[in-house]
Design a protein around this ligand. Structure first.
Ligand SMILES: [Zn+2]
Length: 242
């Protein structure tokens, strides 16, 4: 008997998830659209329901679909975002393979450039979004989480309007990790940054002054960084890891 390789269920399910993923990447199924039902997929792939389910679970873990239960349930195609990157960065951070110091250092280099690009590529729509984000920071927030989200909105808008999606992919997980640390530790409001720091950045961006925007951003991240570094121990403790 030749040395045959046993076919594992996992391999069949991997093959199915790869075919489904390719169909999504090609645009056969668009974001928001539902994939064929488990029964239809079972027939199409000539595979068992267990294997099809495993394949859909793999697609869900990699962010391509979201599986909903209930009468209108099924596997719905998701637009790919940066969530997986954020999860990965957070795990690296929790395992001790990344530190707050390194997070801050990366932000100090990345965000001034993003502010400079935002000033350079400013459109009327982007200017309006930026003004709105800044003005919302002034509204008093009752809940700590609301305050954190509003307070970081300016950083997110600048990232989204800078016009470089790779910079966005690099910064988005860093901002979310920063947000996670603040949400868990809940420092006093004044600890993170002076509210006027965002004002200085937005002023410069709106004036189209890239150099001034970059400088203001650098000062801001250096300040944020000092506070954030002090939260690392508390964060690890609260997560039961310190
Ligand atoms: Zn900020």
């Amino acid at each position: 008997m030749p040395d045959f390789e046993p076919v594992k269920t996992l391999r069949i399910s991997e093959n199915i998830s790869t075919q489904l993923k390719n169909a999504i990447l090609k645009g056969d199924f668009k974001p928001g659209q539902k994939l064929p039902s488990e029964r239809q997929l079972t027939e199409a792939f000539q595979a068992s329901r267990v294997v099809v389910r495993e394949a859909l679970r793999t697609l869900e873990l990699s962010g391509f679909v979201r599986i909903r239960q209930g009468p209108r349930g099924g596997a719905y195609v998701q637009r790919l975002g940066y969530e997986r990157l954020t999860e990965y960065y957070t795990d690296l951070f929790l395992s001790g393979a990344l530190s707050v110091g390194e997070l801050v250092e990366a932000r100090v280099h990345l965000e001034p450039e993003i502010a400079r690009l935002a000033a350079q590529n400013l459109t009327p729509e982007a200017a309006a979004r930026l003004k709105q984000a800044l003005s919302r920071e002034q509204i008093p927030a009752m809940k700590h989480a609301d305050w954190v989200h509003r307070n970081m909105a300016t950083d997110y808008v600048l990232m989204e309007i800078c016009g470089n999606r790779l910079f966005q992919a690099m910064l988005d997980p860093l901002l979310r990790l920063t947000q996670e640390i603040i949400l868990v530790v809940k420092p006093r409001r004044t600890v993170i940054h002076d509210p006027h720091e965002h004002e200085a950045i937005v002023d410069a961006v709106l004036a189209g002054d890239g150099r001034r925007a970059a400088r203001a951003m650098r000062d801001h991240i250096e300040n944020v960084g000092r506070s954030l570094t002090g939260l690392e121990k508390a964060y690890r403790r609260q997560k039961g890891l310190g």
